[in-house]
Ligand binder design. Structure first.
Ligand code: ACO
Length: 431
């Protein structure tokens, strides 16, 4: 960050303040309003943080108008095409692409931490069988703080490192076990000669009674879904992780908070909601009815998988996901999958509609991801846990960056109070 010596003038009555303007390496300038309250005795009001940067970060950059997403400067489409998830994890956490030795060491470190403490199995068994796997994820990840005491001291850099590796390594095991538990099948333990994505597919779909061979095309598609969800700058769940961590809470509790936030249908839950919507539409002839509902201000229905707070152009992840959907469905021999046909037609109709064009509403990452996961055999309830698994590295990278920042403060937004002013208590007999 550079102070570019320009200032913004702020005046209110007799008071005048020069507010510094900070220049990022990319993106619009940022007015530093930190002295506004101490010197000006006013707050700013910005519900939803639409105009407020809450931190400095060097990890991910989004240009919403161009539809560009960069991780440590590298475009997401290049990473999705040429790299793979664990390499992207290394890039996000450590800031540079690894050498081949660094990559091998990192992969082997992650691979050697995939198993869960055996006692955690009892924790799973406490849930009802019909539990949503996201509820299991929130609970089990939070409970890691009870099983891995030796990596909860956030002031110790080594412990932070161990917690990071444990979370990335164990998240697929936890997500797969959450799934197996809800369908009443035995847990499948990790197999460390498989790569990250193949291991996850095997833990989800293998059963002890049969051999299971991972299809490399499905494994590649799975890895790509992980890569496309790895990080997305200061979104709601990442900001939740940062806010929770700002109090000094342990990393497992903070990541559990991020998972809880991700669950909502406006965020990570949108992929489940989107596929359910596409299936409810069912056939292209019903699209106009749903588009009309999405435009009707008296109807709470929204086109799921459409629109984004930051992207006012195509979400670059949606483009890769659409291509992946075509590949996976062709491999599985279901190119004429009716849900994919509805999705493509709905995209076409919405993009030609002035309502969506004027509001710059384009398909987001969730529009096509559900179709791929569905074709792979995942139930909709597993879509958001898969997102949480993949986003864990983003949360961790942002958490590590925040803890290492010497200017870090506890997060504490202010408010515009609209309640009753001071009044005296009235005894119950006088009310
Ligand atoms: N369908 C219909 N109208 C929409 C949609 C949609 N999906 N999204 C936004 N709009 C309309 C709003 O009604 C609003 O219209 P108005 O100006 O006439 O009042 C306008 O577009 C702006 O919308 P906001 O809600 O102000 O935009 P915001 O940035 O707050 O919301 C969000 C972004 C939450 C993603 C929204 O577009 C949405 O709900 N989309 C559907 C859910 C979804 O796909 N979420 C996934 C996001 S990506 C992710 O988390 C991985």
């Amino acid at each position: 960050m550079a102070n570019n010596e320009k200032t913004a003038k702020f005046s209110l009555g007799d008071m005048e303040l020069d507010l510094p303007i900070l220049s990022p390496t990319a993106g619009p300038d940022v007015v530093d309003i930190r002295k506004l309250y101490s010197q000006g005795d006013v707050f700013t009001y910005d519900p939803g943080f639409t105009s407020t940067a809450a931190c400095e970060s060097a990890i991910t950059f989004i240009d919403g108008d161009k539809g560009e997403l960069l991780h440590r400067g590298y475009p997401i489409d290049q990473l999705a095409d040429k790299s793979h998830y664990l390499e992207v994890c290394y890039l996000l956490i450590y800031g540079e692409l690894p050498s081949s030795v660094q990559l091998k060491d990192f992969e082997s470190l992650v691979t050697n931490h995939t198993m869960l403490h055996e006692q955690m199995i009892h924790f799973f068994r406490g849930f009802r069988r019909d539990v949503h796997p996201m509820a299991v994820m929130v609970g089990v990840v939070g409970a890691m703080s009870a099983f891995y005491h030796d990596s909860t001291d956030i002031s110790d850099e080594h412990q932070r490192e161990v917690a990071s590796i444990r979370l990335i390594a164990k998240m697929p095991t936890i997500a797969a076990m959450a799934y197996k538990y809800t369908i009443g099948q035995p847990f499948v333990y990790p197999q460390n000669d498989l790569d990250y994505a193949s291991n996850f597919l095997r833990m989800c779909f293998a059963v002890p009674a049969e051999d299971y061979v991972v299809n490399p095309i499905l494994s590649r598609a799975m890895d790509r879904i992980f890569t496309l969800h790895a990080d997305h700058e200061q979104n709601a769940s990442t900001s939740t992780v940062r806010l929770a961590s700002s109090s000094g809470a342990n990393p497992f509790a903070c990541i559990a908070a991020g998972i809880a936030c991700l669950w909502g249908p406006a965020h990570g839950g949108a992929n489940q909601a989107c596929l359910e919507m596409l299936k409810e539409i069912g056939t292209p002839d019903r699209i106009p009815e749903f588009v009309a509902r999405a435009k009707d201000k008296d109807d709470p229905f929204r086109l799921m998988g459409f629109g984004h707070r930051v992207y006012k152009n195509f979400d670059p992840r949606a483009k890769v996901m659409k291509q992946s959907a075509d590949e996976v469905l062709e491999l599985l021999g279901v190119e004429n999958n009716p849900t994919l046909q509805v999705a493509k037609e709905l995209e076409r109709v919405a993009l030609e509609d002035p309502y969506f064009a004027e509001r710059k509403l384009y398909p987001n990452v969730d529009f096509y991801s559900g179709i791929i996961l569905d074709a792979m055999g995942f139930p909709t309830s597993m879509f958001t846990p898969i997102f949480a698994l993949a986003r864990t590295v983003g949360w961790i990278s942002q958490w590590k960056e925040m803890i290492a920042d010497p200017t870090m403060k506890i997060g504490r937004p202010r408010q515009l109070y609209v309640g009753a002013p001071h009044r005296d208590y009235v005894n119950v007999e006088n009310r």
